[in-house]
Design a protein around this ligand. Structure first.
Ligand SMILES: C[S@@+](CC[C@H](N)C(=O)[O-])C[C@H]1O[C@@H](n2cnc3c(N)ncnc32)[C@H](O)[C@@H]1O
Length: 219
């Protein structure tokens, strides 16, 4: 998808076992899931996609509201944690899939025909947002709904590790334009959560999280 490689896979593999131990992540997932479900199409999505599912904090909350949910991530260890939850909870409508969106032509490994796509806190890890959104749109049916949660533009101190390559959140207006260019309409934002944490500089700071929703164009 992008020629850049931010090589986050090893980093997330190493974090997978302890990912769910952070209570802030569960609180965020609760709020994102509530808003995601509220914005789902009236009919239960038949063929939903989540990108950057991690250990499944959002996945397991929204799966009961979908007929089938493909949960995609580049980290084998994150997906292993999710697979354990699927087995334990008999969440058999979740289909885990390992794909790295930073690799060129990554979405060729994906089937098409998704009628709903969602994500939480992953877009800022994907290097080329514009190309990614355009290719993502190619896997959606006309009228499909997109629902992505991520950080508003931040001070660059949100992530504890300064070697981690990320976007410093997103300006809403810029992301709206990227979505429209990629073939989406009805773009709307709400604030779904505020992460209060000590940032990399050691100061307490507030990091708002938006949910952007949009519809894949019919044309
Ligand atoms: C901040 S975590 C969020 C995980 C989960 N959505 C949550 O809220 O707990 C970002 C996730 O995106 C995945 N990821 C990062 N870069 C990716 C890429 N290029 N392709 C696919 N997944 C990626 C990581 O492995 C990680 O699981």
């Amino acid at each position: 998808m992008s020629q850049q490689n931010w090589s986050d896979t090893q980093r997330f593999d190493n974090k997978a076992a302890d990912w769910d131990a952070n209570a802030l992540r569960a609180a965020l997932a609760d709020d994102v899931a509530r808003a995601t479900i509220a914005h789902m199409p009236v009919a239960r999505p038949a063929n939903a996609l989540e990108f950057g599912c991690g250990t499944g904090l959002l996945t397991t909350r929204i799966a009961p509201h979908c007929t089938r949910l493909t949960a995609l991530d580049s980290s084998a260890e994150m997906l292993r944690m999710l697979s354990e939850k699927i087995s334990a909870g008999a969440l058999m409508n979740i289909v885990p899939l390992q794909v790295d969106f930073s690799r060129p032509k990554a979405t060729e490994e994906l089937e098409g025909g998704f009628d709903f796509v969602c994500s939480s806190m992953t877009l800022h890890h994907i290097p080329d947002t514009t190309s990614f959104l355009r290719e993502l749109a190619g896997h959606l049916v006309p009228g499909a709904m997109l629902s992505i949660a991520d950080l508003d533009a931040e001070d660059g101190l949100f992530h504890d590790d300064d070697t981690e390559k990320v976007h410093y959140g997103f300006e809403r207006q810029s992301l709206k334009q990227m979505l429209e260019t990629a073939g989406f309409t009805n773009v709307a934002f709400i604030t779904v959560h505020v992460i209060e944490k000590k940032n990399r500089a050691g100061n307490w700071a507030s990091y708002p999280v938006f949910l952007v929703t949009a519809i894949k164009n019919h044309a």
